[in-house]
Ligand binder design. Structure first.
Ligand code: PHE
Length: 495
């Protein structure tokens, strides 16, 4: 008999008997109870064919020891028989359960213990005994447990002769739509059924609103993009607007010169920067601004003596893969300065930058920077520290320290350190500062406007967040695709 026959067998049975008890039917037809339940469940998917009601019964079942005592007499009874009319030395008694037997027989006052020279001796105290325990167990085995007193049953349970077995079953009766032969329900309503009217007489499979459904096939965000989403959200919450970062190739002018970075600066060397060979140079610059930049480098101005060197346009024209997103910040600040009236601005960017680095477990030749810039009148270092504190607090980082450092374009400049609870030490998380007047004033920004900026890498927090220790597992050809598929979304502030 196959499992698929069970519903039909049950329907035939119901047709004949009107009701059916899953346990009784299972016994009667010698089909495992589980299969009967499965069959009932499958009939239930047809609306109104049957009604069911759960029930459970508890039954007493003899344990192995109980069975033995029912068959061969209780331990105490066997002991009583063994010691005979003359009694027997304890050491000569060869019964398996002599300890239990002795204590039960003593309790029943069937026997007594006598001290002798050869050790304890068991003797009968009464002439005749009746093995009630064995008789009771026989009754239970015969299904007549109800004839016994509750206390008797409890005592047998206590001496582990009995266990309680709970059977759960279903009582089934015919439903309003009872049929002996099930029609295979339709899974879908089709245009054809509507057109020919057959829908009216067909039965339909019930919707399963608990089904999970097929997961939609879709792409998966790389962890860097997940962390970027989170940073972007934090910036937006703080009222920052996003700068356009769609420019990997940048002129040296915007990447370095505009930032008051001298043309002999080592960062402008091919060892540190990727120069682009085609197109090798940029030619369009805001003329007047370029002149002012040239002057501040070569001769100084705005209260500065500059670098006092021969500034060359050829050097500024060289195209590079941008080495930091501060090139974009420079462009945006220049645009800000061209407005008729100065308006404070808070801007951010998160995108890729390139450096000609020696590759190792924590360095790649390309990475992402997260950068924020705030331009406002009379901004002080206190404001700047407040801004960072708030930004990093939203990222789940509370404990900050600032250490003076050097950047060509900021003064003062501060490295930002955070206390890493896991590593139990301060780790550098970013770089920051107030942009120099030699950078801002040539752009045309009013002298009382200060601009604070800060930058950090996107890779470091991502590696910490996703527990990745080698950057090559995060980015590049060795990346584990499965990791991208499986890793969770990022919630920085919920740490
Ligand atoms: N450009 C800096 C870097 O690459 C970060 C920075 C941005 C520093 C803005 C100060 C101000 O590390």
């Amino acid at each position: 008999m196959t499992a698929t026959d069970v519903p039909q067998i049950l329907l035939n049975w119901l047709n004949e008997h009107d009701t059916c008890d899953s346990v009784a039917v299972a016994e009667n037809l010698k089909i495992p109870h589980q299969k009967i339940i499965g069959g009932i469940k499958s009939i239930l998917s047809h609306d109104g064919v049957i009604n069911t009601e759960d029930y459970s019964v508890s039954e007493y079942v003899l344990s192995d020891e109980g069975e033995l005592m029912a068959k061969e007499g209780s331990h105490e009874y066997n002991l009583y028989q063994t010691i005979g009319a003359d009694g027997k030395l304890l050491k000569d008694i060869k019964l398996a359960n002599v300890k239990v037997a002795q204590s039960k027989a003593l309790e029943a006052k069937w026997i007594a213990i006598e001290k002798t020279e050869n050790g304890p001796k068991l003797v009968r105290k009464v002439d005749k005994v009746e093995d009630i325990v064995s008789a009771d167990l026989k009754k239970i085995a015969a299904g007549k447990a109800e004839e016994l007193e509750k206390a008797t049953i409890e005592a047998l349970k206590k001496r582990k002769a009995l266990t309680v077995q709970i059977t759960k079953g279903l009582k089934v009766s015919k439903g309003p739509n009872f049929v002996v032969t099930l029609e295979k329900p339709e899974l879908d309503l089709t245009a054809e059924m509507l057109a020919n009217g057959s829908w009216a007489t067909k039965s339909f499979k019930k919707y399963n609103f608990d089904a999970l459904g097929v997961p939609p096939s879709s792409g998966h965000y790389h962890p860097l993009l997940k962390v970027r989403t989170e940073f972007r959200q934090i910036f937006l919450e703080m009222g920052f607007s996003e700068m356009p970062t769609n420019r990997y190739v940048e002129s040296s002018f915007w990447n370095f010169d505009a930032l008051f970075q001298p043309q002999q600066h080592p960062a402008r060397d091919a060892h540190d920067t990727f120069f682009v060979s085609d197109p090798a140079i940029s030619t369009k610059f805001p003329e007047e601004y370029l002149e002012r930049v040239k002057k501040v480098h070569a001769e100084g101005g705005y209260g500065s003596i500059g670098y006092e060197y021969d500034w060359k346009i050829e050097e500024a024209q060289k195209n590079v893969l941008r080495t930091h997103t501060t090139a974009i910040s420079a462009r945006q600040l220049y645009l800000l300065a061209q407005q008729k009236e100065f308006k404070p601005a808070k801007m951010f960017s998160i995108d890729r930058v390139f450096r000609n680095e020696t590759l190792d477990a924590t360095h790649l030749a390309e990475f992402h920077q997260v950068e924020g810039v705030v331009a406002e009148k009379n901004l002080s270092l206190g404001h700047v520290i407040g801004l960072f504190t708030e930004f990093f607090r939203k990222c789940g980082i509370e404990n900050l320290k600032f250490k003076p450092t050097y950047n060509p374009y900021t003064e003062p400049s501060m490295e930002i350190f955070a206390y890493h609870d896991g590593l139990k030490k301060w780790v550098e998380i970013g770089n920051s500062g107030l942009f120099r007047p030699e950078m801002l004033l040539p752009m045309g920004l009013p002298p009382d406007v200060n601009v604070a900026g800060f930058g950090l890498s996107l890779e470091r927090p991502t590696m910490i967040r996703y527990g990745i220790s080698n950057i090559r597992e995060l980015f590049g050809p060795k990346i584990n695709i499965e990791m991208i598929y499986k890793n969770p979304i990022c919630r920085l502030e919920k740490e």
